[in-house]
Design a protein around this ligand. Structure first.
Ligand SMILES: [Zn+2]
Length: 421
């Protein structure tokens, strides 16, 4: 056992060194010489010091991402290997004979352990953003968000585990199918409540203060046939310098939301382009496609997870202190398998997302006919978030749900060109 743990740590450290080498020394994120001096060239809109900061900041953020994903896996494995999951199960079974209470007890302590193990990464990530001036959040406010995360995630995990393990205990073979059936209405319900119930737990939402701008946004929405009579503003400037906006809502009513940072930093024309982009998502029903593909992926994921877990327990059960899947102690294994599957399909999911984002850019240009406003909006977005214009290829594959700023700029430059001719 000690041997396995030793090897796992050695492999992890070697992996971290490899990632550091790739990100800090090997990868090239300069732009092709053909585009030097154009609006896609960061040298034309960032000061030399901003260029250096954005490169360093992105390298650190990317490094943390690639290092923390397998760290989480290692944390799940540690909880299994060291017998902590087993001990928690025994403890909760001794404490009460009621299954729901056992789950509550187990999930609460399991969440505490995982939070303690992963908190250092979260804190380092926050401090890096703060040091580079991207985050403006106070330590107190950050801790409040972390506490809220803990609460929301623990309650969600509790609900999931009650249903999931209730099913596993009753249907040893087909549980994954029934779990999937239950997850469908749950997913759809969550899509409804997240923007209205969960998001306001973290930040203040209120009607847009600038009524002239609101009228212009609503006029644009009407042009795009989007039913909406309010625009919401969310107070984010106390937490971050980055800019954002989105349109959510399923069914007959759209909810248009703008971060106050976006309003402070962008000119009216630029805000309207960003809004047109978000409206593009709404009009092309990307939320529905998102929910539908999520449901399909959950089906495949649960099926594979069931198979893999049974195999792992048959083959390595004694190392994991597990002899059957229905034991609560198998929860870290379930989360581990789901996380690995998630990471494996993320390149495909991201690719589909990048395709949709590009479609939304195209839609926005058709609606506003203003590529110049789009270019200056993206330049300001890059500046505010110290984003990388042209990230290394592995970073794009695993992290980019949007086309890179470079790709978006090249598209917009071509639009400008075709408009002139
Ligand atoms: Zn978008």
């Amino acid at each position: 056992m000690k041997k396995i743990i030793g090897w796992a740590i050695i492999i992890y450290v070697l992996y971290c060194i490899g990632i550091a080498w790739y990100l800090f020394s090997f990868a090239d994120s300069s732009i092709p010489s053909k585009w030097k001096g154009t609006s896609a060239d960061p040298a034309t809109f960032l000061t030399p010091s901003e260029q250096v900061l954005s490169e360093q900041y992105s390298q650190w953020k990317n490094f943390l991402f690639f290092v923390s994903v397998p760290y989480d896996w290692l944390a799940y494995l540690a909880v299994l290997w060291l017998g902590m999951a087993k001990a928690l199960q025994t403890w909760s079974e001794k404490a009460t004979k009621w299954f729901v209470l056992q789950v509550a007890f187990y999930v609460f302590w399991f969440s505490i352990i995982m939070t303690v193990l992963t908190l250092p990464f979260d804190f380092i990530s926050y401090r890096i953003s703060w040091a580079y001036g991207v985050s403006t959040q106070s330590v107190f406010s950050w801790m409040r968000d972390e506490a809220m995360d803990f609460l929301v995630n623990t309650v969600m995990l509790f609900l999931i585990v009650v249903v999931l393990y209730g099913l596993i205990r009753r249907f040893e073979k087909r549980w994954w199918l029934y779990a999937w059936m239950v997850s469908v209405p749950f997913t759809i319900f969550f899509m409804f409540i997240q923007p209205v119930v969960i998001d306001p737990l973290y930040n203040d939402f209120y009607p847009l203060k600038d009524k002239v701008l609101e009228a212009k946004i609503l006029a644009l929405a009407e042009k795009a046939h989007i039913p909406s009579d309010h625009v919401f503003e969310v107070n984010m400037s106390e937490k971050t310098n980055t800019l954002n906006a989105y349109v959510t809502g399923i069914g007959s009513h759209a909810r248009i939301v703008l971060w106050d940072t976006t309003l402070q930093r962008l000119k009216e024309k630029e805000v309207l382009f960003i809004m047109a982009h978000e409206m593009g998502h709404y009009v092309m029903k990307h939320v529905y496609w998102g929910v539908a593909s999520y449901i399909v992926l959950t089906f495949a994921g649960l099926f594979v997870a069931g198979r893999v877990m049974n195999w792992l327990i048959r083959r390595w059960g004694e190392y994991f202190h597990l002899h059957k899947i229905s034991a609560l102690a198998s929860l870290p294994m379930f989360l581990l398998v789901i996380s690995v599957l998630n990471f494996s399909v993320s390149p495909v999911v991201n690719m589909v997302s990048r395709y949709e984002e590009h479609a939304a850019d195209e839609y926005a240009i058709k609606l506003t006919k203003d590529p110049d406003a789009a270019i200056s909006a993206f330049q300001k977005l890059t500046k505010a978030g110290l984003s990388e214009v042209n990230p290394p290829v592995f970073v794009k594959i695993f992290r980019y749900t949007h086309p890179t700023i470079f790709e978006r700029m090249v598209f917009l430059e071509k639009q400008k060109y075709s408009e002139r001719n």
